[in-house]
Design a protein around this ligand. Structure first.
Ligand SMILES: [Zn+2]
Length: 80
């Protein structure tokens, strides 16, 4: 599927696909956290947003060895 050699540059890996413009893909660099605690705090902050329905969780990145925040496919249960 991927026939290009993987880039070793850190900035080339930990990006998040944002949108496509004029046939070019626009990426934004993912936020990297040095410690899991920082990532957990960020998750709490994101998950507490009123418009946030996808639950985010911290995970250790095998590329840059920092922590990123990402969806795990679950939804936040909101008390109505
Ligand atoms: Zn990373």
């Amino acid at each position: 599927m991927i026939h290009l050699k993987p880039k070793l540059k850190e900035s080339g890996i930990c990006n998040r696909f944002l949108y496509e413009k004029d046939g070019e893909r626009v990426y934004v660099p993912k936020k990297g956290f040095k410690t899991q605690d920082e990532a957990i705090n960020e998750c709490k902050r994101i998950n507490s947003k009123p418009n946030q329905f996808h639950k985010v969780v911290p995970y250790r990145c095998k590329h840059c060895h920092k922590y990123h925040v990402g969806r795990n496919g679950n939804f936040i249960k909101k008390d109505i």
